[in-house]
Design a protein around this ligand. Structure first.
Ligand SMILES: O=P(O)(O)OC[C@H]1O[C@@](CO)(OP(=O)(O)O)[C@@H](O)[C@@H]1O
Length: 737
């Protein structure tokens, strides 16, 4: 039975065993916990699990699965053992958090789980550190339950409370194939070589997708640089002008990035709060109705997302606290801000809005700003990201020490205000040329600075503050370390510790004078990444995870050239479904969790059918654009019988709405909850959907302009892999047939 081949685990080895035997049927849900009994040393050591099956690294310590903190003393990890690995040998090991020193494997024999039963009685895990002198002991709790595939999928955390019974052709909304469908084997490894690279095809090149699609380093560059080629002119004669003639569109380097976690796209923790207040300039908007709320037709299986952030943002702050226990979608701060923007701009496209970020350094402001920019652009608002740090670096250079940021350094304060004012001037100038939403990214940490910005905005644009507050020391610590590694401010600093000390003292200087926002209109994001009392959400978004987008296999209607409909797959489409299953198995074989999302239409469900081992979710929001009265017709028939409709669509495909059907803009709107859920997911997702829908989803990730969406190439039988990482979004295409 199973693999269970017990190699002697050795921390320095990196070979694996994958001698699968297919038993079929079994599905073990394993839950492992480790409890610390003292904090001594342990906070620096992350417990991991590794063992005999590929899922837990095939005895390769570098592929061991990390446990996550469940509470201050408890670590947790749960996973599903694939059906053909009913026997699982494993061990716990400790990996140092920050250094490269070797990991430490627990003492004693391997732990053995056979058919859901734990052999032996080891209730603790003992580790010997520092050459055997220090003994660390953890209590361990191991639980294995045999679950039916359906139970497993249905109990899947993200969807636990959100399922509605399906009325669609008797197919469950959530399902999980535990056994390969008969016939799947025909198209096994033989037809799809192991080397997935063999199937890579170039993505259609656009200015936007040459490698890195969107990242925070694409923020605006001072106009004075692009217009006059001399920054110092517009800078009001401030000291030390830097290089003249830096190209505005110069290629980004990682070091230029201002990417900082925490990532606000992480699931809300129990204590995650979005506070909002609408006063002054926004008050008149409270009267607007909620018709333009963000969440429209969530579709089957979509999460029940409390209530539309666009409504919440207009309530008084306390109301929102009471909602904090609910699973508000991740990125909600950004989404809430987007909703405000959406409401404020409304149908009158000539309005201008400045979203001014506020927060201490290392609180994720730039990350939020970049996300917000992409999201608002996707919604169709002309949006730009102005990063004051970039202005400062271009004007004053990258080597400002912590003293420059002292609250009692008048020259420093003046120079910083000057660059902030310059960025604000640029933003307003851009708005006067038609720009709609400016994201103003700086600490803006004193009331005086914010007053200056409000004065500058008077009569020119509306303004609201988006404050990010994080009280979790661990997260701040991690962000600081990332900052030293990634910020251009420390690019020239070879000594990490020196950089660390300098940034710490910069932070102290900011903390001394920081004033939380109490004026104007604001949204506060408070501890959105962390929680207390066992709810720490670790930002696994730091690890890139793929999103695979594909159309269904060719359908019978595709063969006939008929649009819409709900036909089954053609023979070619069925071959694709098998190849896709094979691809997914290989591409995601090292992932401990992933899910398959389809629409509710047969052609996507059937395409997903041969994929085994992952939960499948149907979303009505992923259904193809509704062609209304044209559903089931060919384009030729529409042209002949409804020439006006045909011409109107040709003229403006983005806005054209099929009679009794939908437009691309409608599709974009109904996809919002899908986007939010995709952002929130920490595991890979395979989205099997349709041409129009995938164009809209792809455009979001690729940051493609709205007007291009209906024309984006999304061919059949091709997988678009989107990699979501801190440094931006990357794309790879595989053509399987
Ligand atoms: O917006 P256009 O370019 O017509 O593309 C959308 C059309 O794509 C089709 C195929 O022609 O999608 P699908 O992949 O779901 O079959 C039609 O059903 C749908 O109406």
């Amino acid at each position: 039975m199973g693999t269970g081949s017990s190699k002697n685990p050795d921390c320095s080895s990196s070979h694996g065993s994958d001698d699968r035997e297919d038993q079929g049927g079994g599905q073990l849900y394993v839950s492992l916990k480790m409890e610390e009994n003292s904090y001594l040393l342990k906070s620096e050591l992350i417990p991991h699990v590794y063992g005999s099956v590929p899922l837990v690294g095939s005895w390769d310590p570098s592929k061991a699965l990390a446990m996550e903190r469940e509470s201050s003393s408890m670590w947790e990890l749960s996973f599903v053992v694939p059906p053909n690995h009913e026997t699982l040998d494993f061990k716990f090991l400790l990996k140092p958090k920050y250094s490269n020193s070797p990991c430490v494997v627990e003492e004693g024999p391997n732990r053995l789980l056979t058919g859901g039963t734990l052999q032996g009685d080891a209730r603790s895990a003992v580790f010997r550190l520092s050459g055997g002198e220090v003994l660390l002991e953890y209590r361990v709790f191991i639980k294995a339950d045999r679950v039916s595939p359906f139970d497993l999928a249905a109990s899947w955390r993200a969807y636990q409370e959100n399922l509605q019974p399906s009325t669609v052709r008797g197919i469950p909304d959530v399902s999980m194939n535990s056994v390969p469908e008969s016939g799947t084997e025909n198209c096994s490894s033989a037809s799809l070589e192991l080397d997935l690279e063999h199937y890579v095809v170039p993505a259609p090149t656009t200015s936007a997708n040459s490698g890195l699609l969107y990242a925070a380093n694409m923020t605006e560059t001072p106009r004075s640089l692009s217009h006059a080629n001399a920054f110092s002119k517009a800078a009001g004669g401030a000291s030390h002008p830097v290089s003249i003639g830096v190209p505005t569109e110069r290629p980004a380097t990682i070091k230029e990035m201002e990417v900082i976690v925490p990532d606000p796209t992480i699931v809300y923790s129990s204590s995650g709060i979005v506070e909002s207040k609408s006063v002054g300039t926004l008050s008149s908007l409270q009267k607007q109705d909620g018709q333009r709320g963000l969440f429209v037709d969530r579709g089957v299986g979509s999460p029940r997302l409390v209530k539309s952030p666009s409504l919440t943002t207009f309530t008084v702050d306390q109301n929102v606290h009471s909602e904090a226990k609910d699973p508000i979608p991740a990125a909600a701060g950004a989404v809430a801000a987007a909703a405000v923007a959406d409401q404020m701009l409304g149908p009158k496209e000539d309005r201008h809005l400045a979203i001014v970020l506020v927060g201490l350094p290392a609180r994720g402001k730039t990350f939020t700003a970049a996300k917000l920019t992409r999201y608002l652009r996707w919604l169709g608002h002309d949006t730009k990201h102005f990063n004051v740090g970039k202005y400062r670096r271009l004007k004053l250079g990258t080597n400002q020490s912590a003293d420059f940021f002292r609250g009692d350094n008048p020259e420093g304060i003046e120079a910083r205000n000057e660059v902030a004012a310059l960025a604000m001037e640029d933003m307003i100038a851009w708005m006067q040329e038609g720009g709609q939403v400016g994201i103003f990214d700086a600490t803006n940490s004193s009331r005086k600075r914010r007053n200056m910005l409000m004065r500058m905005a008077e009569g020119k644009c509306k303004i609201f503050f988006l404050e990010t507050i994080c009280n979790d020391r661990q997260i701040i610590e991690r962000n600081i370390r990332l900052k030293i590694q990634q910020s251009p401010d420390y690019a020239e600093e070879p000594d990490f510790e020196a950089g660390y000390r300098d940034f710490r003292s910069r932070l102290d200087n900011y903390e001394k004078v920081y004033e939380t926002v109490e004026e104007g209109s604001y949204i506060k994001m408070i501890d959105m990444v962390s929680g207390h009392g066992g709810q720490i959400q670790v930002n696994t978004h730091l690890t890139p995870r793929p999103i695979l987008l594909t159309r269904h296999g060719e359908s019978r209607d595709n063969v006939r050239g008929r649009i819409g409909g709900d036909s089954v797959l053609s023979d070619t489409g069925e071959v694709y479904a098998k190849k896709l299953a094979n691809f997914v198995e290989k591409r995601l074989k090292n992932e401990r969790a992933a899910s398959i999302w389809t629409s509710t239409l047969q052609r996507t469900i059937l395409t997903a059918n041969p994929i085994v081992g992952f939960p499948k979710i149907q979303w009505r929001a992923l259904d193809e654009i509704n062609a209304g009265v044209c559903d089931g017709m060919t384009y030729e028939e529409i042209k002949k019988n409804m020439p006006d409709e045909y011409e109107s669509r040709k003229k403006d495909k983005l806005r054209y709405r099929y009679p009794r059907g939908e437009s691309y803009l409608d599709v974009i709107q109904r996809l919002e909850p899908v986007i939010i859920e995709l952002e929130r997911q920490r595991a890979p997702v395979v989205v099997i959907s349709h041409q129009a829908v995938l164009r809209a989803l792809y455009a979001y990730f690729a940051d493609r302009p709205l007007k291009e969406i209906p024309h984006i190439e999304v061919p059949l039988h091709t997988i678009i892999e989107i990699q979501m990482g801190v440094s931006g979004v990357q794309e790879k295409r595989y053509k399987l047939m």
